[in-house]
Design a binder for this molecule. Structure first.
Ligand SMILES: [Fe+2]
Ligand SMILES: [Fe+2]
Length: 491
């Protein structure tokens, strides 16, 4: 990042140094010219002369004269006024002093209108002409100083503007790098959603641009500027950043029970099966001469069938798909099972925590686990709120904060309704849901096709969850193709 260098303003000298300036005297009387050349010449002022306007103009083309003293009546085609007009047109910095013997008020006004600096009546004294010349040179000096000062200021402004632009570019680059690093952090935490942030950003920005192109309807007058589109992009890239604060096993939880817990329960079922078989053997042994091997086999087979059925039921209920009421009822049988602990106690095979997991009607998370996963939104908001976003990006935290809110208030974490949800978040919600549906298989769900996913989006809009008008734009502009065409090509 470039820190702007401390600069000092240019210093004004007390007076303009007037050395080596040339002035031009234009008069048809040679004696008068020579007299003035001699009288006005000094060590620092070089005096030249011309007998007519044409000659003076030729000389002025070759060289800049800060002051030109001219008669009005000149021989040739051009008068003194013509000379002043032409000089002032080509060299605004030249000061013209009129010297005339037959002045009228009209002539004087005309001369001043043409840009004459001063008007001196002949005959004049040397003191008068020198005073006029001194004033003209002093004004010329001031003018030059102002020009020089202005040029320095312009140079400084250009330099500062360049530094500011560079600083802005550096800040933008810093933000881009920071956002990219954050996205990497999110995805390394939850590899199953790899690319989700990027795809949601692409979809959300594309839908926002489609809103910009919409001329009529509810969003006809909505327009996002370039900085607002950038704000939307950052909010989308970072919307799930809070997942870094959610335990990894919950983000990746594919089944209702943790693998090690399922293993434990299967082991207990196996043990229970062995215990039952042993009991049958003991009963048969104790029956002595009435021992009936065929009957024992029948009982053992029945026992095994029951155990197999219990295992299948457990595995079925452990799947994250929608649980039917009949399956929910079957769980009661599992809940009442017992096994013999090594200590000799008879204990329930399932513990309360196991049953809470298995009773989940849809998905793999219990209500408390779901809350923990949902807390990623608040984590995202807290994290994003601590970043000193520049003014143009000030809404990034608020946009991300509302990405799981729903129009009818059934979203989270705040349960706010349509009027309180930023339109950018409503756009992101459509992108987020769509990408989650079509995303390649995640541990807890299979990937859906585009058509099936769009049907679900339509259902959600019908239920008042997603914005109908925005979804129409999403569908009409085929925004969903932005990512689906890519993901189909992806390995
Ligand atoms: Fe999210
Ligand atoms: Fe998301």
């Amino acid at each position: 990042m470039v820190r702007p260098a401390a600069k000092r303003l240019p210093q004004y000298p007390e007076a303009m140094h007037l050395s080596h300036h040339s002035i031009l005297i234009v008069d048809d009387e040679q004696g008068f010219r020579e007299l003035l050349v001699e009288a006005l010449r000094t060590d620092v002022i070089h005096v030249e002369s011309a007998p007519d306007a044409e000659t003076a103009l030729t000389m002025a083309e070759e060289k800049h004269y800060p002051v030109i003293l001219t008669d009005l009546n000149l021989p040739g085609n051009l008068s003194g006024l013509d000379l002043i007009r032409t000089i002032r047109t080509t060299d605004r910095r030249a000061f013209c002093i009129v010297m005339t013997g037959n002045a009228t008020t009209e002539v004087a006004i005309q001369a001043l209108k043409e840009g004459a600096y001063d008007f001196i009546l002949k005959p004049f004294t040397l003191v008068e002409i020198k005073a006029s010349l001194k004033r003209a040179l002093s004004h010329y000096g001031t003018l030059r100083e102002n020009e020089s000062y202005q040029a320095q200021l312009e140079e400084m402004v250009a330099e500062r503007t360049g530094e500011t632009m560079k600083l802005k570019e550096d800040i933008e680059h810093l933000f881009e790098s920071f956002v990219a690093a954050s996205v990497t952090a999110i995805e390394s935490r939850d590899p199953s959603t790899s690319g989700h942030s990027q795809r949601v950003a692409e979809l959300t920005v594309s839908l926002s641009e489609a809103v910009n192109r919409t001329e009529g309807g509810h969003y006809g007058s909505t327009y996002f500027t370039d900085p607002q589109l950038r704000e939307i992009r950052y909010a989308s890239l970072l919307h799930d950043f809070g997942k870094v604060g959610v335990p990894e096993h919950l983000l990746l939880k594919a089944k209702k029970l943790k693998p090690e817990r399922l293993d434990h329960l299967l082991q207990r079922l196996h043990q229970r099966d062995l215990e039952g078989s042993l009991e049958l053997f003991e009963q048969a042994w104790e029956s002595g001469s009435d021992f009936d091997p065929a009957r024992l086999k029948e009982l053992m087979d029945a026992r095994r069938r029951e155990s197999r059925a219990l295992v299948e039921r457990l595995l079925r209920c452990n799947e994250p798909q929608h649980l039917l009421q009949s399956e929910l009822n079957e769980l009661v049988a599992l809940e009442n099972l017992e096994f013999k602990h090594w200590s000799g106690k008879t204990l329930p095979l399932m513990e309360p925590g196991d049953m809470e997991c298995l009773r989940v009607r849809k998905g793999s998370l219990t209500p408390s686990e779901r809350e923990e996963v949902r807390s990623h939104v608040s984590h995202s908001f807290r994290f994003l709120s601590r970043i000193p976003w520049t003014g143009e990006l000030a809404n990034v935290p608020d946009i991300a904060y509302a990405h799981h809110e729903r129009l009818n208030g059934q979203g989270y974490p705040r349960g706010i309704t349509s009027g309180e949800i930023p339109v950018q978040s409503k756009i992101m919600a459509i992108s987020d849901v769509f990408d989650a549906l079509v995303a390649r298989d995640r541990p807890y769900k299979r990937a859906l096709g585009v058509e099936e996913s769009l049907d679900i989006l339509n259902d959600e809009a019908r239920c008042g969850l997603l914005d109908r008008n925005l979804l129409d734009i999403f569908l009409e502009a085929r925004v969903y193709e932005v990512t689906t065409s890519k993901s189909r090509e992806a390995p």
